[in-house]
Design a binder for this molecule. Structure first.
Ligand code: MN
Length: 263
């Protein structure tokens, strides 16, 4: 048959994150993946890279530190990690599935444009590989074991549904920090929207220079029914299918009328 299910014994899962190689959420996601598939590869940043977005390191070389069999740390961004994994470390056979996380803190609405967690998964997706980004709604790792159970159930289901010619997809999953997370309803959502971030904080360094901190993310502005914000506020696991095409398709005719010169 042309489109037969994938052979789990031959599947390879790649895991990365943006909280760094030693983050508890990464360790648990690794454990989850190993319980489902024999070949799990971890390629994660040496240092925390939260907010790194989909950035690549291009002005200095990268170093890969092998920690154990199929476990590597890279002194770069989450996107560097996914790219080095797919194009170099695993180049003999690319991953079947890319997982990122479990992140400490939610990735809702516009957060996904700043998120290193989503970026690592997005890099897999851009290489044509199905990918999932997992985040816990709140920072601090409370009930991360329960979040890992949720992640396991989702990964098990997607692996069972995948075929050898699966069209790539990208999912963004936010999990409430609750001990019953694995039993919570799962809903398919769209991205909500946040208010602009909180004010920039100006301070004076010990050497008398002005220094600035980016303020925290703003609260939810569009958090109505059907959004990722709403689902998690209702105690549900939010799953948002993402795409990378940022074209505003609906605006094409108006811009053609107003700005284009070719007929
Ligand atoms: Mn993070």
């Amino acid at each position: 048959m042309f489109d037969r299910p994938i052979d789990l014994q031959k599947a390879r899962i790649l895991i990365s994150n943006d909280d760094g190689i030693n983050a508890p959420g990464l360790r648990l996601l690794e454990k989850v993946a190993r319980s489902l598939c024999p070949e799990v590869w971890v390629v994660a940043p040496e240092q925390e890279q939260s907010g790194a977005s989909h950035s690549l390191t291009l002005r200095r070389p990268l170093r890969i530190r092998q920690i154990s069999k199929r476990r590597f740390a890279v002194d770069g961004t989450p996107t560097d990690c996914a790219l080095l994994a797919i194009k170099f470390i695993m180049k003999d056979q690319r991953p079947t599935l890319v997982l990122s996380g479990i992140n400490a803190g939610g990735n809702f609405g516009e957060d996904i444009t700043y998120s290193g967690t989503v970026a690592a998964a997005m890099e897999g997706y851009l290489f044509g590989i199905p990918a999932i980004a997992f985040s816990q709604a709140d920072k601090g790792w409370a009930h991360v074991d329960a979040a890992a159970h949720t992640a396991r159930d989702i990964v098990e289901r997607v692996l069972a549904a995948m075929s050898e010619h699966t069209t790539p997809w990208l999912l963004n999953v936010n999990i409430p920090n609750r001990d019953d997370a694995a039993a919570l309803p799962r809903v398919i959502t769209r991205l909500g929207r946040r208010h602009a971030s909180e004010p920039v904080i100006r301070q004076t360094s010990p050497r008398g220079e002005a220094i600035y901190w980016i303020g925290p993310a703003g609260s939810a502005r569009e958090a109505g029914e059907g959004t990722d914000f709403f689902a998690v506020a209702q105690g549900q696991v939010s799953i948002t299918p993402l795409q990378v095409d940022l074209t505003e398709h609906a605006a094409l005719p108006a811009w053609r009328r107003n700005l284009a010169t070719a007929s």
